[in-house]
Ligand binder design. Structure first.
Ligand code: IPD
Ligand code: CA
Length: 262
């Protein structure tokens, strides 16, 4: 664990960088027709906006905190003892198609534990922040997960990607619908996790997320009193993992349905 002043310093930098990066993303969103869209894989896109926003974040973090490492969705890196996991635009497909739901996600990880998490959602100008052991808030209001205790009352966020076989995705959707729960696929995992932290959603599940998608939002959920699966388990910090986050009373049933251990 780092001393408090080291966490305060990192939180302040992360908030300022997330707002600056979000403002740049918002300007690109308004001019998204000018962007050249490239394929990273099937249904997986990237544009100059993602790269430019990540380059800005990288430059600002390295300027303020040169001792910290960096792992970004677009420019890569590796998890070290202390590093930032950065998603410049989480929800790239939403962004490029003009759906106003995307986020900048920054997580500071030290000795395999996420200590600081910031998720900034430019379209609504909401900034979610959390520090391990100190709680989480959105724009000055403390975050608290929902009190939902029954699956049939639950609204559950779900994500999917080409990283998971279609048959396995279909099985998870089927199991959740039979739960029975109602589902929302928002297209930005970081935003969906922030929504679990503030009680808008009762849970979120995705069979595979990358560290930059997940780490900040998962910290918010834990600091808001929720339960999360052990994302760092195994090679999670380098290769990603399944992610389940939920109101505590839903933990056992959702973990059984989604078969996530943690
Ligand atoms: C994606 C989004 C999406 C999730 C995918 C992620 P990106 O991130 O978070 O909601 O379902 O697994 O890859 O590509 O928009 O940064
Ligand atoms: Ca992402």
């Amino acid at each position: 664990m780092l001393p408090d002043h080291e966490l305060d310093r990192r939180l302040a930098v992360a908030i300022s960088v997330a707002r600056e990066a979000g403002a740049l993303a918002r300007r690109w969103f308004e001019r998204r027709g000018e962007l050249v869209i490239e394929h990273k894989g099937r249904q997986d896109f990237v544009s100059e906006a993602d790269r430019e926003v990540e380059a800005l974040i990288r430059q600002r973090l390295q300027g303020a905190l040169p001792e910290d490492g960096f792992l970004g969705e677009e420019s890569g890196g590796a998890p070290g003892e202390s590093f930032w996991a950065v998603d410049p635009i989480d929800g790239t497909t939403n962004f490029l198609r003009g759906i106003p739901l995307y986020a900048v996600s920054l997580a500071f990880v030290h000795e395999r534990e996420t200590l600081v998490g910031v998720v900034y959602v430019p379209p609504t100008d909401r900034l979610f922040q959390g520090v391990r052991g100190r709680g989480a808030e959105v724009d000055g209001r403390a975050l608290r997960v929902s009190a939902c205790a029954r699956l049939e009352d639950a609204l559950v966020g779900i994500g999917s990607s080409q990283r998971v076989a279609p048959a396995a995705l279909a099985e998870v959707f089927r199991a959740l619908y039979l739960g029975p729960v109602d589902l929302r696929r928002l297209g930005s995992a970081a935003t969906a996790l922030a929504f679990v932290a503030d009680g808008t959603l009762d849970a979120f599940f995705e069979a595979h997320l990358s560290p930059w998608d997940a780490l900040a939002g998962l910290l918010l959920v834990r600091e808001a009193g929720g339960w999360t699966s052990d994302f760092a388990a195994g090679e999670g910090l380098a290769r990603g993992n399944a992610a389940l986050a939920c109101a505590p009373a839903l933990r056992d049933e959702l973990a059984r349905i989604t078969r996530v251990m943690g």
